[in-house]
Design a protein around this ligand. Sequence first.
Ligand SMILES: O=c1ccn([C@@H]2O[C@H](COP(=O)(O)OP(=O)(O)O[C@H]3O[C@H](CO)[C@@H](O)[C@H](O)[C@H]3O)[C@@H](O)[C@H]2O)c(=O)[nH]1
Ligand SMILES: [Mn+2]
Length: 666
Amino acid sequence: CRWNLTFRQTFKDRLSQRFENELPGVDIFVTTADPIIEPPMMVMNTVLSVMAYDYPTEKISVYLSDDGGSELTYYALLEAAEFAKQWIPYCKKYSVEPRSPVAYFVSIATDAVGVDDKKANDLAVIKKSYKDMETKIENAVKLGHIPEKVRSKQKGFSQWDSHLSKRDHDTYLQVVIDGRDPKAIDVEGLVLPTLVYLAREKRPQYHHNFKAGSMNALIRVSSNISNGKVILNVDCDMYSNNSMAIRDALCCLMDEEKGHEVAFIQFPQNFENLTKNELYISFMRTISEVELHALDGFDGPFYVGSGCFHRRDTLCGRKFTKGCKSDMKWEISRKREETTIHELEEDSKVLANCAYEQNTEWGKEMGLKYGCAIEDVFTGLSIQCRGWRSVYLNPTRKAFLGVAPTTLLQMLVQQKRWSEGSFQILLSRHNPAFSDQISLGQKLGYAYVGAWSMNFLPTLFYTVIPSLYLLKGISLFPRVSSPWIIPFAYVIIAKYTGSFLEFLWAGGSALGWWNDQRMWLYKRSSSYIFSFIDTILYLLGYSDSAFVITAKTSDEDESQRYEKEIMEFGASSPLFSVLASLAVLNLYCFAGFVKEAISLGSKGGIAEVYDTMALQILLCGILILINLPLYQALYLRKDKGKLPGSIALKSMAFGVFGLTCFNFSY
Ligand SMILES: O=c1ccn([C@@H]2O[C@H](COP(=O)(O)OP(=O)(O)O[C@H]3O[C@H](CO)[C@@H](O)[C@H](O)[C@H]3O)[C@@H](O)[C@H]2O)c(=O)[nH]1
Ligand SMILES: [Mn+2]
């Protein structure tokens, strides 16, 4: 994975010089699924940030897909559209960065600007408008529905009159800002980007295919409304942190020599809410700063969902053909200038109905692929198998910032979904090994993530067996005094110094690396076991794969502990039962060994023990150190984030049971 790291730099001024008047239309998709887990205010900040890109506004169209089918989200979008009229000109006037209002307000030190200054005045005005919008939206959210007074003012709400539930409703679609309308202008009189709300039809008898389903509905609806040649897709928490990102991506897509081979440009997933030592997701650092750069050296990175620019036609199944340079036209084809907005809405709605995809290639060769827990990687793979390459861009000013999981359980559940999806790909007939279109390096890249799940086997082996044998006094590794220790010592030292230095190089902290080792262990000994079992059951037809949405909020207590980097357990999940049982088993083994060693020590046989058992002592000892926060959560902590008593009991019972079995079998 580290053979051919590739780093790219773009020259945006040259893009402007050559192509400023021929820049393509860009359709931006934001997906949300639940107004509770994904608060409308957060979603609106993302929407506003992408509406305000440094790019000709008439060429930007923003589509919000709401799988929650919630009128609260719709209402929030109406309010955001009003606020955009002030926000977009403000951003352009002061070259604001980042362009998510809330992130911007946090980032500027208010006391730095003079009071009578024009800028300070503008800032106060814009802040006030933002507050007003926020109050209105939050009040509606608190209330749980839209007050009749507001409802009656906007005919769009009447779509909800027939609403049955989140899983059973018509298509709701409204062009909130019609970019073609000469009256759709901001406070400075400049045109606004097009803004569309979509909640695709949901019926219990049709599978909705989660995010992939909503993306496909968006692809069709947008093709009927703005038909931008480039599609950017972001998760609802991933706001734009760099207003130049569209131009960065276009530098790669419009490159006259190589651009025609490129299907998509992936930016890394970075996070805003990280603590100093990244308690849970420090591994994303290695993925973003090292592994994706490495894949870029082998014909391109995976498509990892958020922060990715696609060519519309390659996303819809187009094959790469050598010498197709000439028909890559970029002109904007704003469709149907003459249709009225009402007509446009009505015939776009049909495209988002459940039955539309029946007996079509959607979900197979068209659009995002269905039937995999990570639709993104699966879709990217199929694009690469059609001969395209992809590009990884990681500018210094991060292009997108999102919300990382803030509890251990959220992280483990997310990891379960990711490893399950990768394993599904590996076991399917789409296994990249069979493709003759993708390079060996890329195949190895897919194999590496595909095998995540299976890693639980060696991990379980190494966390259980050497410790049990340590207790028994049976040595499994070479003696320290034997030359056979050299390969072991070499691998251990080289691997860990390597990964430590790399982590620091990638911008992490020493403690962050230590946390990373813990997460390495926890993912492998919980998420991966369950994803392995679930994938096998899924293949045998016994279970259906689901998409558990990652929560993007946490309560006051929880976030305080997160800030202080205290690990959050607090739930009785089977994932925790496994982790606690393994930790307790190791504690017993180590304690038993220490007791034994003390009595041996008094008889003088201790040196022999160290010589024969050194590696097992090291391994078991490190497992204990790494598990310290878990023991605390089991036995010492009193707050809500501790492990529940039931898990303490279970893990103790398992520990005793494990030891007894082992004793009897030996
Ligand atoms: O039925 C659904 C479920 C999810 N989503 C949206 O999908 C996005 C990602 O969901 P999240 O719970 O945040 O998942 P993550 O694990 O953080 O997301 C990563 O992994 C997913 C695949 O597992 C990809 O879809 C994402 O793009 C990628 O960022 C969010 O905007 C959701 O609103 C939907 O639109 N419909
Ligand atoms: Mn997410």
